[in-house]
Design a protein around this ligand. Structure first.
Ligand SMILES: Cc1ncc(COP(=O)(O)O)c(C=O)c1O
Length: 398
């Protein structure tokens, strides 16, 4: 039983026919799926919205007019205070670029910082829009694949530096913390990345959207807090969307210290963020820190449950250390299936709707990403189905 005193992290809200991308995708793959099956894929949470957001939004709707509305000083101050309190970083007011999401920000930044034919450096396996966004704009992608170290991953710095030196590489998209492998990069690693990119005129987009979801014992370092000289060479992408499950509100804050880059992004981005997204962000940062502390405990409890269940019952599956995010990374290659067979087994037999690792590019085949931001009993059911449907002939091959 999860010991959480104040908020409800146990009740499941059924999202069938609500327009949830995660649930719709599951019913698309199997329209006859049982009512008790919950998808564990797309990165949003199966928890009710924090009361501090709901109550304040209701009050706001009762009292306000929803006309053309820009972010106010209260908004900027609540974001700045959050960054200071939680990340030791004081963004200047003029660095803000508000956008409806980090993906739109990636699109604008790629458009502004590179020309067709230029290359963008990424470190797969990584969140798939890091390659699809540049490619959709006629850019090329250069990969420096992460390397496995025990039950975590490292950057291969020799390879990374060699790629960053290439004339055609103009931009690096950093995932910090890293989706899907769950790494929280250490300060020295980020310093090394910044140094290499700075020395080779490679601008950095630091996607820090998961920056508040850090497991006990780890610490996120924003690249905004490193040497000042690197600030001009990076855009820091943040949002309340992962932290407080507000993806549908479509509000993100990008910090761009470099004036030229900022002005060009502001020019191409067009409109701003809708007023309810702005207010939800403000209320979350002002009133919901305790909810965040508790949700991290719930996620960490789910992580421990998955780790010990798999170690005990299915040791052929390798579980990677979840340092940050709520997305666990599991290696199923020990089962001896190819990655397509694995997908069919998980979806059709075990009725597990996860993200298949191959969508995250090289290094992802035979892996899966499992979203554990849901009530514990949902995870217990999922693990139980996995064990029950586990192919007989692989059960005793360790
Ligand atoms: C690393 C990363 N960046 C960006 C996004 C999506 O951002 P947004 O919904 O703000 O466009 C996600 C969503 O899963 C993500 O994991």
């Amino acid at each position: 039983m999860v010991k959480v005193n104040k908020y409800d992290f146990e009740t499941l809200v059924n999202r069938k026919n609500t327009g949830s991308g995660k649930w719709d995708r599951m019913y698309g793959a199997n329209p006859n799926i049982g009512d008790n099956i919950v998808p564990l894929s797309v990165a949003d949470m199966e928890f009710r919205t924090a009361p501090g957001i709901v109550e304040n939004l209701k009050k706001y709707l009762d009292e306000s007019i929803l006309g053309y509305t820009s972010p106010t000083d209260d908004y900027y101050n609540s974001v700045i205070r959050w960054m200071e309190r939680r990340h030791g970083f004081s963004p200047k007011r003029e660095w803000f670029v508000e956008v409806p999401g980090v993906i739109p920000a990636l699109r604008h930044l790629v458009a502004v910082l590179t020309e067709p034919g230029d290359s963008v450096l990424i470190t797969p396996p990584v969140y798939f829009p890091f390659s699809s966004v540049p490619v959709s704009q006629g850019r090329k992608v250069v990969e420096s694949e992460l390397v496995v170290r025990g039950n975590t991953y490292d950057i291969d710095f020799d390879d990374f530096e060699a790629k960053a030196r290439r004339e055609d590489v103009k931009l690096f998209i950093l995932c910090s913390p890293h989706n899907p492998v769950g790494r929280v990069w250490e300060k020295w690693e980020l310093e090394k990345i910044c140094k290499i990119c700075y020395e080779n005129d490679v601008y950095i987009i630091s996607d820090e959207i998961h920056f508040d979801l850090i497991m006990p014992g780890y610490r996120h370092t924003s690249i905004a807090t490193l040497d000042d000289k690197y600030l001009d060479n990076c855009a820091i992408c943040t949002a309340p969307s992962k932290t407080f499950n507000l993806a549908g509100m479509q509000a993100a804050n990008i910090f761009i210290a470099n004036r030229d880059v900022r002005e060009r992004v502001t020019e191409v981005k067009g409109g701003g963020v809708n007023v309810l997204g702005i207010k939800a962000c403000e209320f979350a940062y002002n009133h919901c820190e305790e909810w965040l502390e508790q949700v991290i405990q719930v996620i960490d409890g789910n992580r421990k449950y998955v780790e010990s269940f798999i170690a005990k019952s299915i040791p052929q599956v390798k579980v990677f250390e979840l340092q940050g995010t709520y997305l666990m990374w599991l290696d199923f290659n020990g089962l001896g299936m190819d990655y397509k067979e694995l997908e069919v087994f998980l979806q059709n037999s075990a009725q597990l709707f996860l993200n298949q690792g191959y969508v995250f590019g090289n290094g992802g085949h035979g892996f899966v990403r499992m979203n554990i931001a849901c009530p514990r009993w949902v995870i217990e059911d999922a693990m139980d189905r996995l064990l029950r449907h586990y192919p007989e002939d692989t059960q005793d091959c360790t």
